[in-house]
Structure formats: structure tokens, C-alpha cells
Design a protein around this ligand. Structure first.
Ligand code: NAD
Length: 314
């Protein structure tokens, strides 16, 4: 990393997480937010989190919390924040117009080789970067929340993105301890949200159509499929589950999967009258009140921390 500078634009939940990931790898990180004082507040919050992580022996990288903190600086001025940076990670609101305009401004202020990377969850690169002149240095680096424990980053190219930019970003993400995957071309939802949508849709249909309770469909994942998916993906799963591997598996079970897939229903009604009973069943388990939701979020993050520790030992 050698004193190299990364600029993080937008200092909300994801901007702060990226800043922590990059300083853990020894990079200097300049944080910018267009709300005056917001990026300074982000550093105060990060200081607290780094101290807690150090205390819990969960700090990433080889530097101490105070060494990592010393790599951070905050800016209310975009040009000053971009000065000297070789890589820009944008983390502003998920609104196309906001992202398009920030990248237009950024391009005017940085050299031609600086990589422009967006954290967008739902917007494709050809839209996000439509106002950038040199699109060969643009890509989406989509993290999963919370990125400090869930290491996956989807790298999604613009149709014009140079392979060297994809490879350099892959190397950067690996160096700072993330687990990057490369999309070969852009698609709505990338890979994570497409797979997630498939799981959520079928879970929702099974509940809504009266086959299983909300509580039990969640157990299907947390006590069943999820146990292996934290370590082995669906492709390796099928490869291992037949004596002669993947083709053997599909000879045995492919017909059954095809039959099941043809029986999947249409896109569920997520917000209409039919959604009410699903929501009410969930509120019985976990009331939709701030205190209860926050307690469950903390439990989730605690569990993810333990899982991250376990995965590190593998
Ligand atoms: P957030 O609302 O917590 O933070 C956004 C920050 O950007 C705010 O501090 C805001 O002041 C700042 N901002 C807004 N417009 C700006 C501008 N023009 N210039 C500079 N700063 C500006 O949002 P978040 O949850 O951190 O999400 C940021 C991005 O990361 C979004 O694109 C989101 O889709 C993506 N993302 C979020 C998650 C998640 O779980 N929250 C996961 C993956 C990706």
C-alpha cells in the first residue's frame, strides 16, 4: 500500500465500512461527504469501532487501531479529497442522478488513470457512468453489508471497462482482505441480488400459499442450506453430492429439479393485500419496533463476527 491514497465519497454506513477495510490494508483514506461535518463525524464513529474491534481481537490487518486511525482524514471539499488518490470508491445515496453527477464532477478533478468505482447495489454501470468520458476506468465494486465481516465484493464492468482495471481492482480487494468475484458483463441485480431474489421469492410463495410458516422457512436456511453455504457454494454442493460428480448429479436429479422449477409460481405479491399476513406472522416473532429490531441486528452482527472468525481459521 506504501502511502497510496484511496478517496471514499459519501460517509454513511457503507462509506465508513470501506474506509475501515482500506485502512486495515495500510492505505491512506480520504473521506468526503457533501454534508458539512459529516465526514468528520464518520471518523469519530470509526475511531470508536476500531477501539472496540481491537479490544475484541477482531481488528483486521497488521496495524494497531491507532495506526489505522492515523491513515484517515476527512474533507468537506471534493477536490481536496481527491488530491493524490489512485482509486475512488463512491458510496453516496442510491439515486442514479446523484451518482451520475458525482462521477461527472470527479472525472473533471482526477487524472485519466484513476479508477472510478461505485458501491451501487441496484444500478448497472452503463447507467451509473453514462456521463463519464473515459469509461474504461469505471466499474462497480458492490459490497455486502457489513463489509467488515462479509468479505464478498462483486466487481461489475461497464461495457467499456479495461480488463487491466478489473484485474487491478481484484488485486486491491484481495490485498485488503475482501473476497472479490468478477462479473464478466453487467446484468441487473449482479449475481448476489439475483440469487437472493430467487431465494426470497420461493420462500415468500411457500409461506403465502400456506405450505410453511415464516419461522420454519427461515429455519430451512439457517439450520439447513445455510450451514453448507457459508463454506461451499451451490455448484460445489451438487458436484460433491453424487458419486461421480456434477454430471452424475444432474443425470440423477436434473429431471426432478426441472419438474420443481416448472412448478414455481409467478412473481409474488410483495406489497399488496396478500403481503399483510406474511408481515404479521413475522411481527409475532420479531415485533417491528426499533428496540427489538436493533437487538436482533446486534445479534446478527455478533453471529457474523463469530462466523468470520471461524472462516478465517479454515
Ligand atoms: P447512507 O445513506 O448511509 O450514506 C450515504 C452518504 O452519502 C450520506 O452520508 C450522504 O450525506 C452522502 N452523500 C449523498 N449525496 C452525496 C454527494 N453528492 N456527495 C457526497 N456525499 C453524498 O447510504 P449507504 O447505506 O452507506 O449506501 C451507500 C451506497 O452503498 C448506495 O449506493 C447503496 O446502494 C450501496 N450499498 C449499500 C449497502 C447497505 O446494506 N447499506 C450494501 C451494499 C451497497
Amino acid at each position: 500500500s506504501d502511502g497510496k491514497i484511496i478517496a471514499v465519497i459519501g460517509s454513511g454506513l457503507i462509506g465508513r465500512s470501506w474506509a475501515m477495510v482500506f485502512v486495515s490494508g495500510g492505505y491512506s483514506v480520504k473521506i468526503y461527504d457533501n454534508q458539512p461535518g459529516q465526514s468528520a463525524k464518520a471518523i469519530t464513529e470509526i475511531r470508536k469501532q476500531l477501539a472496540e474491534l481491537e479490544e475484541a481481537h477482531m481488528l483486521r490487518g497488521t496495524l494497531t487501531a491507532s495506526q489505522q486511525l492515523a491513515l484517515l482524514s476527512s474533507y468537506d471539499d471534493l477536490a481536496a479529497a481527491l488530491q493524490g488518490a489512485f482509486f475512488i470508491q463512491e458510496c453516496v445515496f442510491e439515486q442514479l442522478e446523484v451518482k451520475q453527477s458525482i462521477f461527472q464532477d470527479v472525472e473533471r478533478l482526477v487524472g485519466p488513470d484513476v479508477v472510478l468505482s461505485s458501491s451501487t447495489s441496484c444500478l448497472v454501470p452503463s447507467n451509473v457512468f453514462s456521463r463519464v468520458q473515459n469509461q474504461s476506468r469505471c466499474l462497480v465494486s458492490h459490497p455486502v453489508n457489513p463489509p467488515y465481516y462479509v468479505r464478498l465484493v462483486e466487481l461489475v464492468p461497464h461495457p467499456e471497462t479495461a480488463m487491466t482495471v478489473m484485474n487491478a481492482t481484484h488485486a486491491l480487494m484481495t490485498e485488503v482482505g475482501q473476497a472479490p468475484v468478477l462479473l464478466k458483463k453487467e446484468i441487473d441485480g449482479f449475481a448476489v441480488n439475483r440469487v437472493q431474489a430467487a431465494i426470497i421469492a420461493e420462500s415468500w410463495r411457500l409461506v403465502q400459499d400456506g405450505f410453511i410458516s415464516v419461522k420454519d422457512i427461515d429455519l430451512v436456511m439457517s439450520e439447513g442450506l445455510g450451514m453448507r453455504y457459508a463454506f461451499i457454494g451451490p455448484m460445489e454442493t451438487i458436484h460433491l453430492n453424487a458419486p461421480e460428480g456434477l454430471e452424475d448429479y444432474m443425470r440423477r436429479y436434473g429431471e426432478g429439479f426441472t419438474r420443481l422449477l416448472h412448478s414455481f409460481g409467478p412473481v409474488p405479491d410483495f406489497c399488496g393485500a396478500g403481503a399483510k399476513s406474511v408481515a404479521e406472522e413475522m411481527y409475532e416473532l420479531i415485533p417491528n419496533q426499533e428496540a427489538q429490531l436493533e437487538a436482533r441486528r446486534q445479534r446478527r452482527d455478533q453471529l457474523l463476527r463469530s462466523l468470520a472468525r471461524l472462516k478465517k481459521e479454515q
